[in-house]
Design a binder for this molecule. Sequence first.
Ligand code: SAH
Length: 386
Amino acid sequence: MSETVTKTNLLGLSLPKLQAYFVSMDEKPFRAVQVMKWIHQRGVTDFDAMTDISKSLRDKLKTNAEIRLPNVVQEYLSSDGCYKWIVQVASGSRVETVYIPEAGRATLCISSQAGCTLDCSFCATGKQGFNSNLTTAEIIGQLWWANHRLNGFAEPRAGAGKSNRAVSNIVMMGMGEPLLNFDNVMDALHLMMEDNAYGLSKRRVTVSTAGVVPAIDRMKDYTDASLAISLHAPNDELRNQIVPVNKKYPIRELLRSVKDYMASLPDKRVPVVEYTLIAGVNDHRQHARELAALLKDFPCKINLIPFNPFEQSDYRRPSNSSVNTFREILQQADYTVTVRTTRGDDIGAACGQLVGEVADQTKRSARYRKAAELSAANRLDVHNVV
Ligand code: SAH
């Protein structure tokens, strides 16, 4: 009778965990650094290619361990150079990763969950319901893949600075709420910033959250990554409607927890406040003035994101002139404001358009499908009458 050994996947182990793994195998902890460099700096997944490791240890690793990547099942290339990869995870669901090249930098937008439990009214992922948390290997595997696909593991050319990396910046702004998959996301952040792995600067790795306050409070004990918060409204009444988690953790508590986190960092950095502008919902001049007043004692940068439409939503993107008016009101109040350019929308890769394929464990996706069918039927009736 053959015995099946469950192999440990080394891809998702942070340095302390990889060291503990080698110690548990009666090996020296420095082996962890060697193996980590092979995996995350040279993109090697075959133990036999790890030439600074003895044959006997390689054999032992082959028996007990593996380097297993999530499966990339499809690739889309946008006319503006963005890539979108569809990644199949162990639960069977599919998530999406987006690569956004820009002058002087290249950003990877990584997913942390298959679906999302939060149901923000303007986000396509929320309409899919929720299936599962991604493992650390499935999260870091998206960065490994981008480097592999875009030649990022090749020996760096002489004089090539960090800005020439295949991936120079990470945003945890793909599918899911990163802080509701806390432990796995923290380990993945560690690998992104660990010198023996990807070595990205803490200023270039950003966690984006809809505002899970107790998790923001815990973050300082685990990471010093940069932080973005999805605010989207200047008062609780409106925010309750579009970001329902606000009913649990209202704006005042959210701003308090972010302030505490920023104060815990060893260097001076400010959070990014993300504000998706939805026509007729939160884009009025009065909202801009209210936002300026709300953030008076909250040092931050503001990133305005004109709403990106998707099938199941009746929301509309505001006109350029109302986006500009909103921006100007904030700038006159001395805020640093950027407007996020829409990238990759011809391949459904823009902010809020990521859907993947989620085997929903909640009833939400069916409910939304039904509502969309009803609303389509109603539109048809109106049309017929006219
Ligand atoms: N759950 C996390 C990470 C998801 S990224 C969070 O909420 O921050 C979410 C970002 O994508 C949000 O800041 C939001 O501004 C943006 N977004 C979501 N849906 C969008 C849409 N339809 N159009 C434009 N931006 C959207």
